[in-house]
Design a protein around this ligand. Sequence first.
Ligand SMILES: [Zn+2]
Length: 227
Amino acid sequence: MLVLCTNKSEGQEYMLGKTHLTTGVAVSLLLVKPDTLPMLIVGGAAAAIGSVISDIDSDYSDARQKADMVLGFCLSLVVSIIAADAIWHFGIYESLRSVTTLWRMILGAGMFIVICAYGRSKPHRTFMHSVTALILLTANMEIFAPIMVAYFIPAFWTHLILDLLNRRRVRLFWPLKKGYSLRLCSSDGFINHLLFSAGCVGCAVAVLTSPAITGIIETATAMSGVK
Ligand SMILES: [Zn+2]
């Protein structure tokens, strides 16, 4: 999260934040409540991408490194899930194939990347921080796999809302020029730390209380009772 705003160098406003990641994932999982392990993993990944993808447009030199980290994080997340599914057979690929096709996945992922590449070339907090980008990215996630959309949208919105707390304006309705800022951030980063802590707790609660995990626990308990 980028709440360190006042009295800091401007570049620090762009820091990729663990706060964005934890709050976005927590909000999505608490709202949608995945009911199977594959959906918990796929939905969590969609939420994680939605929570940080906007900051690939960071512009200052050090922030550009953070933008690269966002891209690296999203790529490694996808690769890790594919590898984990291939090794441990979580059933993720089968779950996706039941609601989409390989060609849809290729088309959706390709267009998603094209939109992100365009957003990366635009100034910070413009296109990639707008409702326009949200609609375009969501449309391509719908093509990729419709079940991921419900996780992506709340995480993306969480990012926009948290950035609105900052001083730097967010052009929420790009290409319109008007930007918005609530200017509520704290110079010592207290709000950032508070939100990060809330995000961590929220993630833990969301995962542990999701039907996906409680179902596994109930099944394991019932099986141990039978023995
Ligand atoms: Zn941002």
